[in-house]
Design a protein around this ligand. Structure first.
Ligand SMILES: *Cc1c(COP(=O)(O)O)cnc(C)c1O
Length: 229
């Protein structure tokens, strides 16, 4: 199936159940992004700042870009003028830096807290306790140019369906608790971003309302090989 066909069938699958589709276009060409765009897709996700900035420059300006990869504080300034959402907030320090640059750009930047649910040491994110501590802090209360829209999580990369399901269940439960405790009066705390190509159906069953799909839309990513000699 073509990229356009994939977008259409995924929209048919997710639209009626109010699940938002984020097209993850990392490593993909502008032409491939445009094919998805021309099929009606407007939300795209990237995991690297430089690639994101280049794509933003060259592609239609009504694309809403989400950052989904780890963000270093010294790179916030490059995306602050245009980014729609930063899904990978994993520290108070980063959130303070985002707030600083959002203020400079006279805007409010939507963010998700990335919460660590996987059984892997390589994944970034806040522990449940750390997320609560952040939300309770005075430093957080002082930030006026960021808006926490919800949570993002990445499940363990495993074939064990039960484990994936349990991890998503935990994140959904945590999301409901956080909403109740900290955002009861804020209807904009509404986004639970969980599920990628390999596990998005389980994620939706467990209550996800935003899925981040790369290979399901664009095909497998080519891994670059480097020669040493
Ligand atoms: C790459 C990536 C995705 C999409 O992965 P696929 O398996 O290609 O769907 C989703 N979320 C994050 C955080 C990613 O880095």
């Amino acid at each position: 199936m073509s990229i356009a066909d994939n977008i259409k069938s995924l929209k048919n699958e997710t639209g009626p159940i109010n699940v938002t589709l984020l097209a993850v276009s990392k490593t993909k060409s502008n032409e491939e992004v445009l094919e998805a765009y021309n099929a009606g897709q407007r939300l795209f996700g990237e995991n690297q700042v430089q690639e994101l900035v280049e794509k933003h420059e060259h592609l239609p300006q009504d694309i809403e870009w989400h950052l989904i990869g780890h963000l270093q504080t010294n790179k916030v300034k490059y995306i602050a003028p245009f980014i729609s959402m930063i899904q990978s907030v994993d520290s108070l320090k980063l959130l303070q830096e985002i707030d600083k640059h959002a203020t400079k750009n006279n805007r409010i930047i939507d963010c998700l807290l990335e919460v660590y649910i996987a059984d892997e040491e390589t994944k970034f994110g806040l522990g449940f306790d750390e997320a609560i501590e952040l939300l309770r802090s005075e430093e957080f209360a002082a930030l006026k140019h960021i808006r926490i829209r919800g949570l993002m999580g990445i499940a363990t990369n495993t074939d064990n369906q039960k484990q994936i399901k349990d991890e998503f269940y935990e994140l959904k439960t945590f999301f409901d608790g956080i909403k109740q405790s900290f955002f009861r009066k804020e209807p904009t705390f509404d986004t639970l971003s969980m599920g990628m190509s390999s596990d998005y159906k389980v994620a939706i069953e467990q209550g996800s309302n935003m899925i981040r799909l790369g290979s399901t839309i664009f095909g497998q990513r080519v891994i670059k090989h480097w020669k040493n000699n």
